[in-house]
Design a protein around this ligand. Structure first.
Ligand SMILES: NC(=O)c1ccc[n+]([C@@H]2O[C@H](COP(=O)([O-])OP(=O)(O)OC[C@H]3O[C@@H](n4cnc5c(N)ncnc54)[C@H](OP(=O)(O)O)[C@@H]3O)[C@@H](O)[C@H]2O)c1
Length: 258
């Protein structure tokens, strides 16, 4: 697998899954445009990528919940590289909220997870049509497994799965593929960015392990491997599909144990 000469744009590259994707694409010689809000963390990842490939990625500080920032992400990438081959829509947030919590939780999370992804994809698509490129969306297993304590988050990921299918169908005649990766739990900064303490975060992942059939939590590397595969020519016949990486969590409890 090789991304020599390909321009890969990754959102949420300053942390967790996005940062690991950036490093893996750098190892495969891609030219990278990396988006995040935290400049210090993004710079660290950029330095890592440069050490891997010898190429310095383009740094874009932007918030995908802001419409003008999405336009700027694409303008800066095109001004610098002249094209886009792959868009990785990975940036996302989580918050703990259920039905009876304030509706502003829903507004805030939708603005990033759904509207931000929608807007950036709109801006990127004309360029992806020119290169017959592709899009990978980082969704979640919670798009189909209900978790009431994270209801707005689950809803945003369900919306992204339908977005994947609709955009894939619209773009197929133009040669652009669109797929999603649906991770189960992965130990990243996601819960801590939602205000959960480090200790509670660790306990949460440990307890989840007990209900996962393979009894193991996927790593950022496990998710990045799937993202890179879908973005590569090895996946040239795959579009509009969801790729679950969750150690079997979506299978649920067998109820009758043998
Ligand atoms: N970790 C899990 O268990 C898990 C499971 C399933 C799906 N996912 C999905 O995986 C994706 C990556 O999350 P992660 O686990 O790697 O979490 P993370 O370590 O918290 O990383 C989230 C990334 O998204 C960026 N981001 C968040 N809101 C943004 C915004 N409005 N504009 C621009 N960038 C924004 C953050 O940027 P800054 O830090 O620079 O602000 C950060 O780079 C998310 O879509 C998440 O829903 C995660």
């Amino acid at each position: 697998m090789d991304f020599k000469g390909k321009v890969v744009l990754i959102t949420g590259a300053s942390s967790g899954i996005g940062a690991c994707c950036a490093l893996n694409f750098a190892k495969l010689s891609a030219k990278l445009a990396l988006v995040g809000r935290n400049e210090k963390k993004l710079k660290e990842i950029i330095d890592h990528c440069e050490n891997e490939s010898g190429d310095k990625p383009l740094k874009i500080i932007a918030d995908i919940s802001i419409e003008d920032d999405n336009k700027r992400i694409i303008t800066e990438t095109i001004n610098f590289f002249g094209k886009i081959d792959v868009l990785i829509n990975n940036a996302g947030m989580l918050l703990m909220a259920g039905l009876m919590d304030d509706i502003t939780n829903y507004d805030r999370i939708s603005a990033t997870n759904i509207r931000g992804t929608y807007l950036l994809t709109q801006q990127a698509v004309p360029h992806l049509i020119k290169t017959k490129g592709n899009i990978v969306i980082v969704s979640s297993i919670l798009s189909s497994v209900p978790m009431p304590a994270l209801m707005p988050y689950c809803m945003t990921k369900a919306a992204l799965d339908m977005f994947t299918k609709c955009v894939a169908l619209e773009m197929a005649p133009k040669g652009v593929r669109v797929n999603s990766v649906n991770p189960g739990p992965v130990a990243t900064n996601l819960f801590m960015a939602a205000g959960i303490s480090d200790d509670l975060n660790k306990g949460l992942y440990e307890s989840m392990k007990e209900s996962i059939p393979l009894r193991k939590i996927a790593t950022v590397e496990d998710i990045a491997n799937m993202v890179v595969f879908l973005a590569s020519d090895s996946a040239s016949c795959i579009t509009g599909s969801f790729h679950v990486v969750d150690s079997g969590l979506h299978l649920g409890d067998p109820i009758i144990h043998v």
